[in-house]
Design a protein around this ligand. Structure first.
Ligand code: F6R
Length: 603
C-alpha cells in the first residue's frame, strides 16, 4: 500500500528515494518527492509508475536537506501525476504526503473550499488546501492550522507536512495508519515502515493514534490531540537490515519460500521448551483455555492459515473454532458464544479490515490475541496479547513464509491449550519432533524445486485457468494454493473441495485444463482419487501432490512422511513453487503482481 519517507537534516534526495525503493514491494502506482535545500530552492517531482521513473526525472542539482516522499496506491482518483503526492496548496507554500483515507473529504471540500481551485481528485489535496486556508484567513501558525484541520478530519492518516516559510521543520500527524519517527545524530527521519530507513538509524519512536509532531534536525516535539503533550520514549529496534535484501535471488518470493524450513525451526526453538512443551505467556494460554469458542479473523492468505489453524486447535483442544473473513465480520459481526476468545492473524499487523473487527472486540471488552510478523504493528498494539511470527521481513507481495509461520504458531498454541486442558491427543502429540520432520521435509521439497518448474512450464503457463482440489485440510490448502497461483501468474484459479466440483463447476473442465489434486487426508484420499478420474475423463490434465502413504507411482509430487495434521507444511512448498515458476516463466514481475499491495490499510 502507500509508503512514506521523510527526512530533515541530511541528504534528503538519496535517503527518501532509497527508502521509497525499499517500500516498493508493498505495491504502488505512482510516486513523488518534495525537496528543499534550505537555501531558498525547492523541487517537486511526481511520476506515474516505478520509482525508477521518478529517479530518472530528477536532475543532479535537485537536492535537499529536507524531503518528503510517497508511493501511492490509488484510492481516490486514477494513478496520474496530478493525483500523486506530495500535494500542495494554491499558494504553493505547503506540501503534504498522506497514507490512509479521509472519509469526510467531500464534506470538508464542500464546506470550506468552494472558492479554491483543486487540481487533483484526491482526499489528500483537500487537507493541504485546508491547512493553507486556515493559515491565511485566520492568520494561524502552521501547527495550529494543521491541528485545526486534524480536528475536522474523519478517517485514517499518516501525514507529513512541509511549510516552505519554515522549511527546516516537518509536521507529522498519525491516526490509524502506521508511522515511525527515527532518531538520528543531527537528523530525524520519518517512515511508514522502519524497514525503509534502517540504514539511517535503529532508534525509533512509535507514534500513536492522535499524535501530532513537529520535528527539526535536532528535536522532536510530540503532542496528542486528545491528551496534550506526551513523552514517547525512543527504543532500539531489533531488525537486521540485511534480512530485507534479496542476496543472490532473482526474486524475494523464492528467497522467502526457501527460508521456510529455517523459520519453522526457529519457531520451534522459540516457543517450545527443551521438553517440547509450549512456553507462551501463561496469561494467553489461561485466557484461551477458558474460552468456549475461539474466533479467528483474517484476510486472504492469513484467512487460509486460520482455516488450517481451526483443524489443529479443534483436534488438540476440543474447543470449537470459527474462522471469519475480517472484511465481512467487521460489519456483520458473528453471533458470539458465552466466553469467546478472538485471534487476529495478520502478517503485516496493519490490515484495515481486521482492525475494524478488533475495534469492535475491544468495544465489547473481550480478550484478543494478534499473531503477526510485525512487532509494534497496529493490531499488535491494540489487542490484549501478541505473539510474533519471527519469520523475518516478508517482502514479496505474495505471502509464503508468513503463512507457514502462522500455522506453526497456531499448532504450538493448540498444543499449549490442549495440554492445559489435559486433552489426550495434545499431551501425546510430539510437536517438537513433528515440526523437526516438517522442516526436514520442507527442505527436501525446496531442494527439488526443478520438478515444480517443469510442471509449471508443462501444464500452467499456457493455460487460461486451473483448479486445485482437496478435502479436509487439503481443501484449506487448495484455497491458498489457488490464491497464490492466481495472484502472481494471473491464471484464473479456483480452490475447490474435491467433492464439490461435480456439483456444477466441472462444466468448466476442458481438454488440458490443469487440475491439481492434493491428497494427504487418510479418510478421504480414495474419494479424491475418484474426483481426479472424473475430471480426467472430461479432458483435464491432472497433477497429483500426494502423501507418501497414499502415493501411486504416477503421482507428480510425493511428499515426505509426516502426520496428516502437519501435512500443510509440506504441501505449502510445491503449491508456492508452482505459483512462483508459473509467474517467472511467464516473464511477470513475481514480487509485485499488478494491482496488489503488501499491507492493505484501506477497507
Ligand atoms: C496473499 C496475501 C494477502 C494477505 C492479506 C492479509 O499472498 O499476502 O492475501 O494475506 O492481504 O494481509 P495480512 O496478513 O497482513 O493481514
Amino acid at each position: 500500500m502507500c509508503g512514506i519517507v521523510g527526512i530533515v537534516g541530511k541528504s534528503a534526495r538519496d535517503i527518501v528515494l532509497n527508502g521509497l525503493s525499499k517500500l516498493e514491494y508493498r505495491g504502488y502506482d505512482s510516486a513523488g518527492i518534495y525537496l528543499n535545500d534550505l537555501k531558498g530552492h525547492e523541487y517537486l517531482t511526481k511520476k506515474v509508475g516505478r520509482i525508477s521513473n521518478l529517479k530518472a526525472a530528477l536532475t543532479p542539482d535537485e537536492q535537499g536537506l529536507v524531503g518528503i516522499g510517497h508511493t501511492r496506491w490509488a484510492t481516490h482518483g486514477k494513478p496520474t501525476e496530478a493525483n500523486a503526492h506530495p500535494h500542495f496548496d494554491v499558494t504553493k507554500r505547503f506540501y503534504l504526503v498522506h497514507n490512509g483515507v479521509i472519509e469526510n473529504f467531500k464534506e470538508l471540500r464542500d464546506n470550506y473550499l468552494q472558492n479554491v481551485n483543486l487540481v487533483s481528485d484526491t482526499d489528500t489535496e483537500v487537507i493541504v488546501q485546508l491547512v493553507s486556508l486556515f493559515a491565511r484567513e485566520e492568520k494561524l501558525d502552521t501547527l495550529t492550522a494543521f491541528k485545526k484541520v486534524l480536528n475536522l478530519v474523519r478517517g485514517s492518516y499518516a501525514f507529513l507536512l512541509v511549510d516552505n516559510t519554515q522549511p527546516d521543520h516537518i509536521f507529522i500527524a498519525k491516526n490509524k495508519s502506521p508511522m515511525m519517527l527515527g532518531v538520528g545524530d543531527g537528523f530525524n527521519v520519518i517512515a511508514s515502515d522502519a524497514l525503509s530507513v534502517l540504514d539511517q538509524t535503529q532508534t525509533f519512536v512509535d507514534l500513536q493514534d492522535g499524535d501530532v509532531a513537529d520535528i527539526t534536525k535536532d528535536s522532536y516535539k510530540i503532542e496528542n490531540l486528545e491528551t496534550g503533550a506526551v513523552d514517547r520514549p525512543a527504543h532500539k529496534v531489533n531488525l537486521d537490515p540485511d534480512a530485507a535484501s534479496k542476496g543472490t535471488y532473482e526474486f524475494y518470493m523464492l528467497k522467502e519460500i526457501d527460508e521456510q524450513p529455517g523459520v519453522i525451526r526457529k519457531l520451534s526453538q522459540t516457543y517450545l521448551d527443551s521438553e517440547g512443551h509450549p512456553n507462551f505467556d501463561p496469561k494467553i494460554v489461561d485466557a484461551m483455555s477458558q474460552a468456549d469458542r475461539i474466533y479467528i479473523f483474517a484476510a486472504g492468505t492469513s484467512y487460509h492459515a486460520g482455516l488450517v489453524g481451526k483443524a489443529m486447535i479443534e483436534k488438540m483442544t476440543n474447543i470449537p473454532v470459527e474462522v471469519d473473513l475480517a472484511s465481512e465480520a467487521g460489519y456483520h459481526f458473528p453471533m458470539l458464544s458465552k466466553n469467546p476468545f478472538f485471534i487476529f492473524l495478520t502478517q503485516s499487523g496493519e490490515t484495515a479490515d481486521s482492525r475494524v473487527v478488533l475495534k469492535e472486540v475491544n468495544r465489547r471488552n473481550l480478550p484478543s490475541l494478534t499473531i503477526t510478523n510485525v512487532e509494534g504493528s497496529t493490531l499488535s498494539r491494540e489487542a490484549t496479547y501478541t505473539i510474533l511470527l519471527q519469520a523475518g521481513p516478508e517482502i514479496a507481495v505474495a505471502s509464503t513464509k508468513a503463512y507457514t509461520a502462522q500455522i506453526a504458531v497456531e499448532a504450538i498454541l493448540a498444543k499449549a491449550i490442549g495440554e492445559k486442558l489435559n486433552v489426550e491427543f495434545a499431551n501425546e502429540f510430539d510437536l517438537r519432533e513433528e515440526l523437526a520432520l516438517a522442516a526436514e521435509g520442507m527442505q527436501q521439497l525446496v531442494d527439488g524445486k526443478e520438478k515444480l518448474q517443469e510442471l509449471a512450464k508443462k501444464y500452467l503457463i499456457s493455460s487460461r485457468n486451473a483448479f486445485y482440489i482437496g478435502r479436509g485440510i487439503d481443501y484449506y490448502v487448495a484455497l491458498e494454493a489457488a490464491l497464490k497461483l492466481k495472484e502472481v501468474s494471473y491464471i484464473q484459479t479456483e480452490g475447490f473441495a474435491a467433492g464439490e466440483l461435480k456439483h456444477g463447476t466441472i462444466s468448466l473442465i476442458e481438454d488440458g485444463t490443469p487440475v491439481i489434486a492434493i491428497i494427504n487426508d487418510p479418510v478421504t484420499n480414495e474419494l479424491t482419487r475418484g474426483n481426479v478420474q472424473e475430471v480426467e475423463a472430461r479432458g483435464a490434465s491432472a497433477i497429483i501432490i500426494a502423501a507418501k502413504e497414499f502415493a501411486r507411482e504416477s503421482d507428480d509430487i510425493v511428499l515426505p512422511e509426516i502426520s496428516y495434521l502437519m501435512s500443510v507444511f509440506l504441501t505449502a512448498i510445491p503449491i508456492q513453487l508452482l505459483a512462483y515458476y508459473a509467474s517467472k516463466e511467464k516473464g511477470l514481475d513475481v514480487d509485485k503482481p499488478r494491482n496488489l499491495a503488501k499491507s492493505v490499510t484501506v477497507e
